[in-house]
Write a protein that binds this ligand. Structure first.
Ligand code: 6R9
Length: 655
């Protein structure tokens, strides 16, 4: 049964356990409704009060929202602050010795840093960046393994007002080059190598390759954290410098650079409907407020919690729930360098037991693969420290939800299924765990202050049970401010004219049931969700047609047990259609090519060759038909307009 089918049949309800409810920050539905009403009645003071309560301001703001340039909204605009001050300095008076980060390396080595120590490291590194003449507004690419240093790099940028753009270490040199150029980055922070699953990942080499591809003259410095004993080939004096050398003689204090609330904190690239990734630009104050407040509400964080979010800092989840939310709240968190399957499939469960993790946040794809690798393994470990579980990235199928609930959570931990996006910066729809009863597969209800709805093409709300487009009807502080270098695309993509330019269009389709619960169905644009990662079909198509052998390509998704969705590519070569061994060989070549162009995560699982692609008379590729072929479904659509019906048969054969 597909995730969608099983979700639509789901009716089980799991109220918050009494024990959890009694200690929760938002204990029960009355408290939840009271907050929602407050937000409905006094929207601006609701957010203004939270901003005053949760953020330490250098200069207080006098106005909450400026919507005069909608959809380019400004929040708390005349206030000034520093995000790193909010994440570090303000905890020092009471909690200097509290552990901020427990880091477990790939090989199991554990390192702990207190808030005082993290503050010292961030200050020294920030001073190091300043000594390279990097300052406010400069863009800095961060291409790092999961590490304390990755967090230090991001926080140090925030401290000096530089704008970081973290690129996931699994992305290729080509992807890094595109992001360097689009962002106009003055520096890159990387490591000589990363370590994952016992293997080294050559990060610095990828940066050298990225810069060698050309157009990266903007990059003046490459700072290299030495993660392994191996040196770094191709060292360029003047451009490259070691992290440890840079911080060696730097002072342990660094006065934060006070920035305006709307000054950008970071840019994070994500896939959309076109071939070019979008630079999602987030603000300083509004983003921080979203990260902190959602972390407090959704994860019900308490001073003694040990929080573990398994996301890489290369994704938005790692920004909001590794770097900014937990540190903003002064929490203790676990950061893991490696992969869940190394040295074996017990790793996650061992780590939860070893570090007494109380809140665990991961992705459905990880849950599904861990079920497959050993559904009974969690029972062999003491997971009694856990009190709350979370998921993010894609819809979770009810079977996986129930397993997570019973086998990992011992049937006592609520599960927060959190719907949100790179663009929203923080969780939008999720059960507040002490209040909202959960249903497997539903992200349940919007957080107070988030006015979410499901509408049809004209922008009118749809009745419960009828699917439609997920929108957010009022701006909120952590919403994307613009697409870097492309404000027009920002307007068109997220605030389309059909809705008078007033609603934020999320790009997901959704349904609502009789309790008002939201059920996310999937993307309405050409974006695939592979293992919780967003990939544009056009992006993969452009990578394929950049190969000299390829004339044309179309990419679609098909359901996959573990990954959620798998990539299927239909390819027309410039030469004759290959068959047999030849087809297999070229298919392998093209897979490697895509890994090289974008990254391994975008590699097609399945490549089919045809003499042509199925097109309508007006020349549009019939994607719906290709999706049916990819799923191996019977073709029921009208194919009479096809120029060459014989190609359907060709495209049904895997290479
Ligand atoms: C945080 C993150 C965003 C897209 C989003 C949606 C899907 C995320 C989900 C979910 C169902 C959930 N998505 N969380 N679908 N249930 N709990 O993943 O950001 O990488 O930008 O992806 O992921 O389709 O539109 P991002």
């Amino acid at each position: 049964m597909s995730t969608l089918d099983s979700i639509l049949k789901e009716t089980r309800l799991f109220p918050p356990p009494d024990e959890f409810k009694h200690q929760a920050t938002i204990p029960g539905m009355d408290a939840y409704h009271a907050l929602c009403e407050q937000a409905d009645d006094h929207y601006l003071s609701f957010w203004g009060d939270l901003a005053r309560q949760l953020i330490s301001w250098k200069k207080p703001f006098s106005r909450v929202l400026d919507d005069s340039q909608a959809p380019f909204f400004k929040w708390f605009d005349d206030g000034t602050l520093n995000v790193s001050y909010n994440c570090l300095d303000r905890h020092l008076a009471q909690n200097a010795n509290k552990i901020a980060i427990i880091f477990e390396a790939d090989d199991g080595t554990v390192t702990r840093v207190s808030y005082a120590e993290l503050h010292r490291r961030v200050c020294q590194f920030a001073n190091g960046l300043k000594s390279l003449d990097i300052g406010k507004g400069d863009r800095v690419i961060v291409y790092m393994p999961m590490s304390i240093e990755a967090v230090v790099a991001m926080q140090a940028c925030a401290r000096i007002g530089a704008v970081h753009s973290v690129v996931f270490g699994g992305f290729s040199a080509k992807s890094v080059q595109e992001r360097i150029i689009d962002a106009g980055a003055v520096a890159v922070i990387t490591a000589n190598e990363g370590m994952r699953g016992g293997k080294s990942v050559p990060l610095k080499t990828a940066i050298d390759d990225a810069i060698a591809l050309g157009g990266c003259e903007c990059v003046r410095h490459v700072v290299v954290y030495q993660r392994t004993d191996n040196g770094s080939a191709n060292w360029q004096d003047g451009r490259d410098c070691w992290w440890h050398k840079l911080v060696e003689k730097q002072p342990e204090q660094c006065e934060p650079t006070w920035v305006g609330a709307e000054d950008p904190l970071f840019i994070l690239y994500t896939s959309g409907s076109t071939g070019k990734p979008k630079g999602i630009q987030h603000s300083s104050a509004g983003y921080l407020l979203g990260a902190i407040n959602s972390f407090r509400w959704v994860f019900d964080i308490k001073p003694n919690d040990i929080f573990w979010c398994t996301a890489d800092v290369g994704w938005i989840t790692g920004h909001s729930y590794v770097c900014y939310g937990p540190l903003g709240m002064g929490a203790t968190q676990l950061i893991f360098e490696g992969v869940p399957t190394y040295p074996d499939a017990n790793r996650f469960w061992q780590m939860i037991a070893r570090h007494k993790v109380t809140i665990f946040y991961t992705a459905p794809t990880a849950i599904r693969s861990l079920i497959k690798l050993g559904a009974d393994l969690p029972r062999q470990h003491d997971l009694s420290s856990l009190r709350l579980l979370g998921t993010v990235g894609e819809p979770i199928n009810p079977e996986a939800w129930i397993w997570y609930h019973e086998t990992v959570g011992g049937s006592r931990c609520p599960i927060v299924d959190t719907w949100w996006q790179t663009e929203t910066g923080s969780v939008m729809i999720a059960p507040l765990p002490g209040a909202v009863a959960t249903k497997p597969g539903s992200c349940t209800l919007p957080l107070p202050g988030i006015i979410a709805d499901i509408v049809d093409e004209s922008g009118a709300p749809v009745e419960p049970g009828k699917g439609g487009m997920l929108v957010i009807k009022k701006p909120f502080p952590s919403l994307v401010r613009t697409i870097w270098n492309d404000p027009e695309r920002f307007k068109k993509t997220y605030f389309p004219e059909e809705f008078n330019g007033r609603y934020y269009l999320a790009g997901d389709s959704a349904n609502r049931d009789e309790h008002g619960y939201f059920w996310i169905m999937g993307r309405i644009d050409d974006v695939l969700n592979v293992s919780g990662h967003r990939l544009g079909t056009m992006e993969i198509e452009s990578a394929l047609v950049a190969n000299p052998l390829v004339a044309e390509a179309a990419v679609v998704g098909k359901p996959h047990d573990i990954k959620g969705e798998a990539v299927v590519a239909f390819v027309v070569l410039k030469g004759a259609r290959p068959a047999g061994e030849e087809a297999k060989k070229i298919a392998e070549q093209l897979k490697t090519w895509v890994a090289h162009e974008i990254g391994k995560i975008a590699q097609p699982d399945d490549i089919r060759f045809g003499d042509n692609l199925p097109k309508t008379r007006s020349g549009k590729i019939m994607r719906r038909l290709l999706r049916a072929i990819a799923r191996g479904e019977e073709i029921t659509q009208d194919t009479s307009t096809l120029e060459n019906p014989a190609i359907l048969k060709q495209l049904q054969e895997p290479a």
